[in-house]
Design a protein around this ligand. Structure first.
Ligand code: AVI
Length: 310
């Protein structure tokens, strides 16, 4: 049985039912995520771009005071359009930079390398395709310092326990004094957050629902997409934003030879997207034994790039 099938069947047998978030990103899901990134309500990329525009020089200066050669590793690097501006600021301050974009998609890495070569011809780009949990440990250490980038507030899609495990994984793949730059979406007006996951055009609903379409296509499922509804929630105390798919009636769904029954209004949890405050980021650093060096927030304090040292 494929991992996808195993994880879907396990999730739908859980109480409450869950589906694994990572399977959002098939070709259609990735296309919908690109649309989400351009939505008026989805403020996260706007904040990240603002920070990169306004703080890259300062960030590069901070890091260059710690070393003069650096290997920069981008986890889930994508096409690199945002990172390119960050890297441009680093170039004049360092004698040598090797950039290792890591991404599941070899195709997107091709675009990343082409972009980098056009924008920063002197940068050495060494793409690594595959799951970064497998490829990062295989990446040989050089004698330079490592800077690992984890942008896009992707850490928010890990539960608090998984976020700790993830930072420990980064630490295990670093040496003392190496650096981590991690993007966090911050707690803010709960309505602003909820709207980002419940846009007027319904693109996020389509993105969430696409997981059921994917199960239908790839695992011979028979979800009726009209009988489920996208329903996000946000709890301002814990900072946890959750996406659900709620069954609109009592129904039985089959996936291959197995069947799953839903009570009416039973929900499947499909995603968590955790919003942090600064003390929670500090606590994450303490629990994982890394040192928070500096925050680079946007002007509204919606979002921060946090620089840590191992
Ligand atoms: C990729 N990740 C940071 C997005 C988020 O905001 O949690 C995924 C997303 N889900 C719905 N909209 C965007």
């Amino acid at each position: 049985m494929k991992d996808f099938e195993k994880e879907v069947k396990k999730g739908l047998s859980n109480k409450p039912k869950t589906l694994p978030t990572k399977y959002f990103y098939d070709a259609k899901g990735s296309e919908l995520f690109q649309e989400i990134m351009d939505l008026e309500e989805y403020y996260l990329p706007v904040c990240e771009r603002e920070i990169i525009k306004n703080s890259s020089n300062q960030l590069a200066a901070n890091i260059s005071s710690l070393c003069n050669e650096v290997d920069i590793i981008g986890l889930g690097a994508g096409d690199g359009t945002k990172t390119v501006e960050l890297l441009k600021a680093f170039m004049p301050l360092f004698q040598h930079i090797d950039y290792f974009p890591l991404d599941i998609s070899a195709d997107i890495l091709k675009v990343n390398k082409e972009n980098m070569q056009v924008e920063i011809p002197d940068l050495k780009v060494k793409p690594v395709a595959g799951n970064y949990f497998i490829s990062l440990p295989k990446l040989a250490f050089s004698d330079k310092k490592r800077l690992i980038l984890f942008m896009g507030a992707n850490i928010g899609n890990y539960s608090p326990e998984k976020a700790i495990e993830f930072v420990r994984f980064l630490k295990e793949n670093s040496r003392t004094n190496d650096l981590l730059l991690i993007a966090f979406d911050l707690k803010k007006d709960p309505e602003k957050i909820l709207a980002a996951y419940n846009d007027k055009e319904g693109v996020t609903a389509k993105f969430n629902m696409n997981l059921l379409a994917r199960i239908n296509n790839e695992l011979n499922g028979n979800f009726d997409l009209n009988q489920f509804k996208h329903f996000p929630t946000y709890d301002p105390v814990s900072g946890v934003c959750k996406s659900h798919l709620v069954s609109l009636e009592a129904q039985t769904v089959s996936i291959g030879d197995d069947t799953y029954s839903f009570k009416s209004f039973e929900a499947i949890q499909t995603e968590v997207s955790i919003k942090y405050d600064l003390s929670e980021i500090e606590k994450l650093a303490e629990e994982t034994g890394i040192k928070l060096i500096k925050h680079f927030p946007d002007s509204k304090n919606y979002y921060t790039l946090a620089l840590f040292q191992v």
